[in-house]
Ligand binder design. Structure first.
Ligand code: GLU
Length: 425
């Protein structure tokens, strides 16, 4: 049975690179009907924190990357590592120097890692010294702990970033010393920032929970990440089930991929478009302070009008709040650009015709056209000022579609307030 694992060191939060590694290991296990384990690599007590473990766990839970069995914590296994290190000393395969235990590297020429992504990778013996497996303070090094734990958990596929390739050569030496069978190695290409340097905090390799808070869905984030280093034909949009069914090791690319926030926003938009309106309604209600008591018909019309303009659920909530809150906050730059004196007279006429109109899309549209004709101006001249008056900004669906979401008196009040605003400036 296929067994994979995700083995984060809890010295920070779960970032994009970590999620991608976890995702591939999870997908492969699920695709193969195998198991996916979670192991916390906290042998370095000072660098590890419970806060970090909690944050990593919360991230994985949000993403739905559920693990099988109990979480393994390396800090609980120090006795086992000590025993295994002693065994190597007794067998003459390791020795103590200055209190630390080192593996005797008896490699004469090179070690070849047979990797599922990179093929055969050779590491020369001069890069393989007698490395430390146990520190003088009794803590195992990463190498010792990872090899023992992967073996004892029955891991069949070791999946991790390609920055660990050289470590794998050391691990192979340890596996040979312990006479352990070797797992398959699957090293994943790095994720780079837009400038080509390894993805780091300054590129936005921040806490994955940040993306949740910014209104991305976990499915869309995983969809974006699955394509960052793996492909199946030219399919871009995947549901979780499609990812599980389609995932294979042969689709993993060797080349590193660049993190691109605009593409992530696009992928999220596609998932938003595939989300049914009722679910969107619940999501908006959960996030907006003022959406709870909205009439169903208005909510449905709002979603219809705004859905395909939003990239994230936060965009939708922002639009909702801008439209339905009692207080309109003008976007400064837009107000400066469009709320000008020359538009006062047309806007006063807009108020008059809207007051008279039967409140439906067609009559709103007709009324506004009549004002444009009277003043011999294009629709654009009053469109943006009305948008700003009513929503605070310039981003909204067609004017009639937007206005009809509100009641007549509210719209009239807001346009009158905009006229006062211009006069006061
Ligand atoms: N704790 C290591 C890391 O976070 C794990 C590497 C591995 O999967 O073996 O990079």
């Amino acid at each position: 049975m296929v067994k994979t694992r995700f083995a984060p060191s809890p010295s920070g939060y779960l970032h994009i690179g970590g999620v991608r590694t976890a995702l591939y290991a999870w997908l492969y296990a699920r695709n193969q009907g195998g198991e996916f384990l979670l192991r916390i690599e906290n042998t370095h007590i000072q660098r590890s924190s419970q806060e970090s473990i909690d944050s990593i766990t919360e991230g994985l839970e949000w993403l739905g990357l559920n693990h099988d069995g109990e979480v393994i914590e390396q800090k609980d296994r120090f006795d086992i590592y000590q025993k295994k290190a002693n065994q190597l000393i007794e067998e003459g395969k390791a020795y103590e120097s200055e209190g630390a235990i080192r593996l005797k590297s008896d490699c004469l020429s090179s070690i070849v890692i047979s990797d599922q992504v990179f093929g055969d990778v050779e590491v020369k013996s001069d890069e393989l010294d007698d490395f430390i497996i146990m520190r003088s303070n009794g803590a195992p090094t990463y190498h010792l702990a990872v090899v023992i734990d992967d073996h004892e958990s029955g891991i069949t596929h070791v999946m991790r970033g390609d920055d660990h390739l050289k470590n794998s050569a050391r691990h192979i030496q340890l596996m040979e010393a312990f006479e352990y069978p070797k797992p398959q190695f699957v090293h994943l290409p790095m994720i780079l920032g837009p400038d080509g340097a390894r993805l780091s905090k300054r590129h936005g390799a921040m806490n994955v929970l940040h993306y949740r808070d910014e209104g991305f869905s976990s499915e869309a984030l995983l969809n974006y990440l699955v394509r960052l280093g793996w492909s199946k034909g030219d399919q871009e949009i995947f549901s979780i089930k499609e990812m599980i069914d389609g995932f294979d090791l042969s689709g993993i690319n060797k080349a590193s991929a660049k993190f691109d926030i605009e593409k992530l926003r696009w992928v999220n938009q596609q998932h938003l478009l595939n989300t049914n309106d009722n679910e969107l309604k619940l999501m908006i209600e959960a996030r907006s302070q003022i959406a709870k008591d909205q009439e169903d018909e208005i909510m449905t019309n709002f979603i219809k009008a705004y859905k395909n303009r939003a990239h994230t659920i936060n965009d939708l909530v922002f639009s909702y709040d801008s439209l339905f809150s009692d207080e309109i906050n003008y976007d400064e730059a837009s107000a400066e650009k469009f709320l000008k004196e020359e538009i006062i007279l047309p806007l006063e006429d807009v108020v008059d015709v809207l007051k008279e109109s039967n409140w439906n899309q067609e009559s709103i549209s007709e009324a506004l056209k009549s004002v444009c004709e009277k003043h011999k101006i294009g629709f654009g001249k009053i469109g943006q000022p009305i948008r700003i008056a009513v929503t605070g900004g310039t981003q909204s669906p067609s004017i009639d579609q937007t206005l009809i979401l509100l009641n007549q008196a509210t719209v009239v009040d807001r346009i009158e307030a905009a006229i006062e605003y211009i006069k006061g400036n």
